[in-house]
Design a protein around this ligand. Structure first.
Ligand SMILES: C[S@@+](CC[C@H](N)C(=O)[O-])C[C@H]1O[C@@H](n2cnc3c(N)ncnc32)[C@H](O)[C@@H]1O
Length: 319
């Protein structure tokens, strides 16, 4: 039982960078990063993890998040090494000092990620270490938007807050993986200027002096660094066996497929529940109508009896 509860306290779908903390830490150590920027903190679990890393190196962590949770707010109050910037990247990055490493996990779309990479590239002569989450399915080739209204009009693909996506299918569909109101997804996958990975690849192509390594698990971790960085070989050693690893790819595909199956079953149960609810409501309406009719008939019968009794007493009086 304890074991079962332990399992249930785990998120059903692993999605946080904390799940890859050994790789993230390995990269930060290889690059001897002392100052780190985290874009997108969500629950703050990864912020905590990064704080323990920079704290051990007497370093600093900048966290950019438009909607920090209470936990992140509290961390900000307690930890000297943490600087919380409440705002939206890329604009909010102007309030952040140039750092040794950047972890991009905020708004997962081409425009935002491209702007973030441009900003980081301008902060130093040589591109600092950049780690990016969500370079594989679903956001690798399909934009997702937390706040499409905050982006320039031309930067936003046609999108939906309700529809979802499934692997190997370009167009968005009813059901599938979706934001349930917390983020919207582009109606189509692929094509130009669409998705996190496309943004990184276009950035790399425009520069030519970079290495981009993809660890294909938990939605994909991308590691971007200068091929001539003093720590490039150390990073190659950390990432060598993980880069494009077919076993990780297979496990990732399997977990995504299983999750899709679970979502589909859940949607089916909800549909059944809805149908059952509609039937019950219909039954309830018919019952109410029948009861109203029965009450009207009872009244009618009572009136008829009353007039029969009145007629009887008149007849008796006359006879
Ligand atoms: C996928 S979650 C981050 C998860 C976290 N890094 C982890 O691994 O546990 C994305 C976060 O980015 C934030 N966000 C959305 N748009 C952003 C933006 N433009 N700049 C910074 N953060 C953003 C969201 O509020 C959300 O908390």
């Amino acid at each position: 039982m304890t074991r079962l509860l332990g399992l249930m306290s785990q998120p059903l779908l692993l999605h946080s960078l904390t799940e890859m903390k050994s790789v993230v830490r390995g990269c930060l150590e290889a690059a001897q990063a002392r100052t780190v920027v985290e874009i997108g903190s969500e629950s703050g679990a990864n912020t905590r993890e990064l704080l323990s890393f920079v704290g051990g190196n007497d370093g600093e962590l900048w966290c950019v998040e438009p909607e920090p949770t209470l936990e992140v707010e509290q961390l900000d109050g307690q930890e000297d090494g943490l600087h919380l910037v409440r705002g939206r990247s890329p604009e909010a990055l102007t309030a952040v000092e140039a750092c040794d490493a950047y972890i991009i996990d905020g708004d997962h779309n081409y425009w935002t990620v491209s702007q973030e990479l441009d900003h980081i590239a301008e902060s130093a002569e040589q591109l600092p270490l950049v780690l990016l989450h969500d370079v594989c399915w679903p956001a690798g080739r399909r934009d997702m938007y937390y706040a499409p209204g905050a982006l320039p009009a031309g930067a936003v693909h046609p999108h939906s807050w309700e529809l979802g996506c499934v692997p190997d299918r370009q167009e968005a569909i009813e059901g599938g993986f979706r934001g349930r109101g917390s983020f919207a997804i582009a109606l189509n996958e692929g094509g130009e200027r669409n998705g996190v990975r496309t943004a990184v690849e276009d950035f790399v192509e425009a520069r030519g002096d970079l290495r981009f390594v993809v660890v294909p698990v938990i939605f994909g971790l991308g590691v971007l660094y200068s091929a001539t960085a003093p720590y490039a070989d150390a990073l190659d050693r950390v990432l060598g066996s993980l880069e494009g690893n077919p076993l990780l790819e297979r496990v990732e595909r399997n977990r995504v497929d299983l999750y899709m199956e679970l979502l589909e079953q859940g949607d089916r149960v909800s549909q059944l529940g809805l149908r059952q609810g509609r039937l019950l409501a219909e039954y309830d309406r018919s019952l109410t109508a029948a009861e109203t009719e029965a009450a009207a008939l009872r009244l009618e019968v009572a009136k008829l009896r009353e007039s029969a009794r009145a007629r009887d007493s008149v007849d008796r009086a006359l006879s």
